[in-house]
Write a protein that binds this ligand. Structure first.
Ligand code: SF4
Length: 619
């Protein structure tokens, strides 16, 4: 067995309560690393192609990576995998904090849940032992109540990931929440957990994570933690402000979508109200995930609408989704929205997008005051924004069909609502505009989890990586050839993510950090070239999962306004139209996927050792 793994995974069969241990083979570790790499390989075999995402046939997995809990700076990520109830295809999401390390130290590299429990349950893990316990008394509680209960009842050293009322009510934009604000948010993973009647996973761990070369790891830590402290890559940005430092910048440079993607930033008043210094007025503590030298997040204390509360500070995505997207620049209301999402267990990107969709439907008369229980869904009305958010989380009134996500809500409202539904394949778009960085348009369409900004590392070149790739947002009118860079960006990032590294750490150390830490952890050489091949293998398994589910991303409608159809008349991205078909074909050629169906060709699958999948897709 390679170093960095506990060597065991669990299969928890919720229908019967049976718990099985699975040993992890070295081949699986070597070829798929961990996280959604191993997750995709296993779910390809275990989830039937026709399974409904909210049915007992779906499998929900919690995975760690080999670097999780080692001396690798920012090795803190836990990844949730399943079939997505938003896209009906491959789904994954990841969060940071302390949970992944506790899960691993409890003795497990990953946990997979099958079936549906007859009553609400939770899984408790401790030092190689696992027990399913009754969670009926916790059903209906919000994520803060669950977190407090875990610490008071199970112990201060127990870490947990849970769903709130949104996941319980099968809200398709629900996430899974740890530590009151470290959230695996996307792909609707919280709804899948709710469908399984699984309220939380809790872990206490004291076991040692074996690494092959402990002294080598100590030396690497010294070298790369030193790089983080000396300002390599984006480390100064993440250390000084974290992503909220970009909230006002994105609202000026054209990266943040405005008024449900309809207008340019020239029409958004109040970007200065979203500057980091404004957030600092409410921040009470800067915080870090497990042993992280970056410490990019923090907590705020304030009062909004007569309600005093303490909450995690909103990341850039949240600030943009409840800010410029809704023509809102009142920071306390954005922090309050973040707080509500974390309490109820909602994805902030999708929640802001559903509300923007509703605001535009209201403006166009597709829905009226009679549909909204009197809420005035007008741009900039942050009171209505937060009230509607609660309705979505509780599936009350109009919130019931918005809880289905914008794609399904549009099916209910009809053709008049279609131009306002900004999603790809059912997943609401994140807050980076393809008119600002056109390659994001390809990533949003062609990754197996569509509409994701973190995939392909947001097209950012990792520090020290020799590449002619244009910088993020650089010369967006020069689009020919940009699609060729997406494969490289995607494959490198798949390894970072599946190894358990935080994206912010990946961008704050030289690119050599990842293969060097993996080599020392594994006790087996792993090079940059290996990163490309392994990342490509992972990309192909995820894509194969979608192909077998009947998904062809080339048939998805593109949300036209987000791709510059028509182009914006003003602002920094005026006149930009994303050449999506040209860049998509560049990407497909490089990947060796078919030009009209995006199916991986058999020779590509065989080169990557995926012969069984080649037989499945090309029989
Ligand atoms: S960079 Fe931020 S999110 Fe990433 S591990 Fe460190 S503190 Fe957590």
């Amino acid at each position: 067995m390679l170093g960095g793994y506990m060597g065991k995974m669990l299969w928890v069969h919720l229908d019967t309560g049976a718990i099985e241990e699975q040993t992890v083979s070295e081949a699986l570790q070597h070829d798929f690393i961990g996280g959604y790499g191993i997750g995709a390989r296993l779910l390809y075999d275990h989830v039937p192609a026709t399974a409904d995402a909210l049915s007992p046939e779906n499998v929900l997995g919690f995975m760690t990576g080999p670097l999780t809990g080692t001396m690798t700076p920012t090795g803190t990520r836990w990844t949730v995998v399943c079939k997505s109830p938003l896209t009906d295809g491959w789904g994954d999401a990841n969060g940071s904090g302390f949970f992944a390390v506790a899960l691993k130290r409890a003795g497990y590299d990953g946990i997979f849940f099958t079936g549906v429990a007859p009553r609400p349950v939770y899984l408790y893990l401790e030092d190689g032992k696992a027990e399913l316990r009754d969670a009926s008394a916790l059903w209906g509680w919000d994520c803060y109540q669950v977190e407090d209960w875990v610490k008071e009842t199970l112990g201060r050293d127990v870490e947990a990931a849970c769903i709130g009322p949104a996941g319980e009510k099968l809200v398709r934009i629900a996430g899974i929440v740890h530590h009151k604000g470290r959230v695996a948010a996307r792909s609707g993973v919280g709804a899948v957990m709710g469908a399984k009647r699984l309220k939380l996973v809790a872990a206490r761990g004291n076991l040692t994570i074996p690494v092959a070369d402990p002294e080598g790891m100590r030396q690497l830590y010294k070298k790369y933690a030193g790089q983080i402290k000396s300002g390599v890559g984006f480390s100064n940005f993440y250390r000084k402000t974290g992503t909220p430092g970009y909230t006002s910048i994105g609202a000026v440079n054209g990266d943040s979508p405005v008024r449900n993607w309809r207008d340019s930033v020239a029409h958004f008043q109040g970007a200065e109200n979203l500057e980091f210094e404004e957030l600092l007025k409410y921040r009470v503590q800067r915080k870090a995930c497990w042993h992280c030298p970056i410490a990019c997040w923090g907590t705020c204390q304030l009062e909004y609408a007569g309600r005093p509360f303490e909450a995690h500070q909103p990341e850039y995505e949240t600030g943009a989704a409840f800010g410029p997207l809704l023509m809102n620049s009142y920071y306390p209301s954005i922090i309050a929205a973040n707080d509500l999402c974390n309490r109820y267990g909602l994805d902030t990107i999708s929640a802001g997008s559903c509300i923007a969709f509703a605001f535009e439907c209201y403006e166009a008369g597709v829905i009226g005051p009679g549909d909204t229980d009197g809420l005035e869904l007008r741009w900039g009305n942050h009171t209505a924004m937060n009230q509607l958010l609660e309705k979505i989380a509780r599936r009350e009134g109009i919130g019931d069909f918005l809880a289905e996500g914008v794609q399904r809500a549009t099916e209910r409202l009809g053709a008049a609502a279609r131009p306002f539904a900004i999603h790809i394949g059912g997943q609401e778009l994140p807050m980076h505009d393809p008119r600002y960085e056109p390659a994001m348009g390809v990533i949003y369409r062609m990754d197996a989890t569509p509409g994701r900004h973190t995939q392909a590392c947001q097209f950012i070149v990792p520090p020290g990586y020799a590449s002619d790739r244009p910088g993020f947002g650089e010369e967006p009118h020069k689009q020919a050839g940009r699609g060729h860079w997406v494969k490289e960006a995607l494959c490198l990032h798949h390894v970072s993510s599946t190894a358990g590294l935080c994206l912010f750490g990946y961008l704050s150390m030289m690119v050599t950090a990842l293969p060097e830490f993996i080599s020392a952890t594994w006790g087996h050489p792993f090079t940059l070239q290996d990163m490309m091949i392994t990342g490509e293998r992972i990309a192909n398994v995820r894509q194969a999962f979608n192909v077998r589910a009947g998904i062809n991303p080339l048939t998805w409608s593109i949300p036209e306004r987000a791709y510059g159809i028509p182009a914006l008349p003003d602002g920094p991205t005026a006149g930009i139209r994303v050449q999506i078909e040209q860049m998509t074909q560049e990407f497909l050629r490089d990947m060796g996927w078919t030009a009209d169906t995006a199916v991986p060709r058999p020779e590509v699958l065989r080169r990557l050792g995926l012969d069984d999948i080649a037989r499945d897709l090309w029989h």
